[in-house]
Design a protein around this ligand. Structure first.
Ligand SMILES: [Zn+2]
Length: 271
């Protein structure tokens, strides 16, 4: 048997457990007589992850469900395979069902044509829809479901607030360096929603944030606020294309054009 490396009571993360980089963070919530997984990563690491779970002496039939935080290939390319290996159920937000069940290559980032990137995206049937306010009982552990749209429309986060320390599995909402999950129109990103999701994290009382990528860290609202400040600016920047909600420069230009005001430097040529 492999010794279980708990990060917190009832929580194991598979990269930390393996002692090597597997990919996305894969959390195992151990409720005693059953467990669940949050994300499962790429197809080529699924067998190893399932084998690790077995070696830690978990009975695979005790897997209550595998939750997709959202439908990005790096999080869920292997979910159909994991479901089959563990004979378990897959849970996701209603807005994540369509890209998961259709294996949508654009929405999941399985194909990025302009970068000559393409990986298979096996379709996966979603058995359970979970949404804001739901509580998932995993043995002795209670997991509250948060719907935190922004990165994608169906992005989920999970609060474990009934025990100490209080934990928030924050998905792709925020990472330790204050970066956030990619903002992309093709992906269903929505900057105003993203800001609201981040504000909710700021108001929360969780002591630790457990993101989908990189290190787990103590909640520091300066990290989250920095992201809110940046995203607030993004809303008015052309850099973010149709994800921006306005572009003040273009409004000023239009006002000049409509008023017949020529640029300052062109005065010499006006007759
Ligand atoms: Zn991600």
């Amino acid at each position: 048997m492999l010794a279980r490396k708990y990060l917190f009571p009832n929580v194991i993360e598979m990269n930390y457990q393996a002692g090597r980089r597997l990919g996305v963070n894969v959390y195992l919530i151990d409720g005693g007589d059953e467990f669940l997984l949050i994300d499962v990563g790429y197809l080529d690491t699924v067998d190893e992850i399932v084998e690790l779970i077995r070696k830690m002496d978990f009975n695979l039939s005790m897997c209550k469900m595998i939750i997709a935080t959202h439908a990005d290939a790096d999080h869920i390319q292997g979910i159909a395979r994991a479901k089959e290996l563990m004979k378990t159920k897959v849970a996701a937000h209603p807005l994540t069902v369509e890209p998961l069940e259709s294996g949508d290559e654009i929405m999941t980032y399985a194909t990025i044509k302009a970068q000559d990137f393409a990986i298979p995206m096996p379709r996966c049937k979603v058995d359970i829809e979970i949404n804001e306010g739901d509580v998932i009982n995993v043995g002795s552990v209670k997991v509250e479901v948060w719907h935190t749209p922004g990165h994608t429309a169906g992005q989920l986060a999970f609060k474990m607030g009934a025990q100490e320390p209080k934990l928030l599995f924050c998905g792709d909402n925020i990472y330790k360096d204050s970066c956030v999950g990619v903002i992309d129109a093709h992906h269903g990103s929505h900057i105003p929603d993203f800001i609201q999701s981040l504000k909710r994290i700021i108001k929360d009382d969780s002591e630790f944030l457990l993101p989908s990528h990189g290190p787990v860290f103590r909640r520091d609202n300066r990290i989250v606020q920095k992201a809110i400040d940046r995203l607030t600016q993004y809303q008015y920047m052309a850099d973010f294309g149709t994800c921006a909600i306005g572009w003040p420069l273009l409004d000023e230009w239009e006002a000049d054009v409509l008023a017949g005001r020529m640029p300052e430097f062109s005065k010499a040529e006006t007759r």
